[in-house]
Design a protein. Structure first.
Ligand code: AMO
Length: 428
């Protein structure tokens, strides 16, 4: 029976199974480093005393899957805990060919061999960390009466905007891949569920090759009812992220520092909130920044970067909420007050991680706002959700890939994804 490396007891006969990370052939000994999900251990084979195992030991290659039966010994000569494993039996379960991925391979080759790239020490805990981060965000929501839902990703209409949507053949007709669960999470509110969330893929047909965009990403979406203002939505997001960061720091802070050289910073005060116009005049005053004409009323990558700089300088905060976007730049479903959308973006470490808002739940107003944006037939089904009673509500979406990237200080979003999908990348 397999024994995990962490559970090995001194001198107790056991079988360990795992992946070989290194083989070292020295004058008197062969050392095989083996790793399982609980840790790693050095397996030591004495060339003189264990001649019967020698051929097999020497045929083991890096990456192979092996089983060793033997005993664990404590030895003062062994580093990292002083444990070594002395085998009596070796079985090679899956022999690996020479690994074709060099340490300094370029980004494209790393993607070609992503499963090998994920074996490297830097990536070893990547998905444990991501998974735990999402776990804590979920946990926070469960603790606050939220229900997880699963909405369709195949849609009959091009939802929010036709421009960045993927069209797929659907028998004799066309379907579209969901850009966001926006309409359906709001439908859940109209169904009376009150507080919902979903963690699921979102698809964007954006032909942009930046370090922060992909064509398929994981969206952490939520929506909740009986809010008084979009400020309630921002408050919930602040609490959710603080909760997740606090737990991640406790559990993985040291590993993140060691592998990625970056601190996990747990916010200790409210995230600052600034109106876009005020932000732009601050950025102008401080850094001489002038936003290009076509981005007026919105933010761009440069504004986001400088907003972070400003937030650190002024508030010592890695996060900053920006409000007061122009209605031309925001979706029709945002509630408006004095013609200004009641919504926000959240910037963390120089990048937008969230958009959110209070939604317009009044059918007539929503209808007029859709018309103003030139949206007709495509949103008809969605408009129906607001005809038969719907409470005031709001919500937001966090890009899971982006928060992973920022948490670990990675240069490109593809390093934070299990498998990256971009304009030029559909495989493996
Ligand atoms: P938005 O379009 O701003 O809002 O998306 C929300 C968040 O999703 C992430 N994101 C992306 N991540 C990687 N690649 C992309 N191409 C990409 N596009 C978006 C970002 C972004 O902040 N329905 C609204 C949300 C809401 O109001 O609830 C929406 O989809 O982190």
């Amino acid at each position: 029976m397999r024994c995990l490396i962490k559970d090995l007891k001194e001198n107790k006969a056991s079988e360990i199974r795992g992946m070989v990370s290194k083989v070292r052939d020295t004058k008197y000994m062969v050392f095989v480093m083996i790793k399982d999900r609980s840790g790693f251990i050095q397996v030591s084979i004495d060339k003189n005393e264990q001649k019967d195992l020698l051929d097999k030991a020497l045929s083991i290659t890096t990456g192979s899957i092996v089983s060793f039966t033997g005993v664990m010994k404590l030895s003062e000569y062994v580093r990292q805990g002083g444990k070594e494993f002395i085998p009596e039996k070796i079985e090679i379960i899956s022999l690996a060919e020479t690994i074709p991925l060099e340490e300094n391979a370029n980004a494209d080759t790393k993607q070609d061999y992503r499963w090998l790239d994920l074996r490297t020490p830097k990536n070893e805990f990547l998905f444990n960390i991501q998974s735990e981060f999402v776990k804590y965000m979920r946990e926070y929501l469960y603790n606050n009466d939220f229900t997880e839902i699963h909405t369709p990703k195949l849609l009959g209409a091009a939802s929010e905007s036709g421009s960045s949507v993927f069209e797929v053949k659907y028998f004799d007709t066309k379907a579209y891949l969901a850009q966001s669960p926006q309409f359906y999470k709001q439908m859940a509110i109209a169904s009376g569920i009150e507080r919902v969330f979903e963690v699921a893929p979102a698809f964007r047909a954006e032909n942009s090759n930046t370090n922060r965009h992909c064509t398929e990403f994981t969206s952490f979406d939520l929506e909740f009812a009986y809010i008084d203002s979009y400020k309630d939505v921002m408050k919930l997001e602040q609490e959710l992220l603080t909760y997740a960061l606090k737990n991640i720091k406790e559990e993985y802070g040291d590993i993140i520092k060691e592998r990625y050289g970056i601190d996990v910073v747990v916010p200790t005060k409210d995230f600052p909130v600034i109106d876009l116009n005020d932000l732009l005049s601050e950025l102008n005053k401080r850094y001489g920044y002038v936003i290009p004409e076509y981005d007026i009323g919105d933010m761009n990558a440069e504004t986001e970067k400088l907003a972070y700089k400003f937030a650190m300088e002024e508030y010592n905060s890695e996060f900053i909420f920006v409000t007061g976007f122009s209605k031309e730049k925001r979706p029709f479903y945002h509630m408006r007050k004095d013609n200004i959308p009641e919504g926000f973006d959240l910037i963390w470490r120089g990048m937008e991680i969230t958009s959110g808002s209070q939604r317009e739940h009044r059918y007539d107003v929503l209808s007029a706002q859709a018309k103003e944006k030139g949206l007709g037939k495509d949103v008809e089904f969605y408009m129906q959700f607001f005809k038969y009673g719907c409470p005031p509500h709001g919500g937001f979406a966090i890009g899971v890939d982006r928060i992973t990237m920022l948490l670990l200080g990675l240069d490109h979003i593809r390093e934070a994804q299990f498998l990256f999908r971009g304009p030029n990348r559909l495989n493996p």
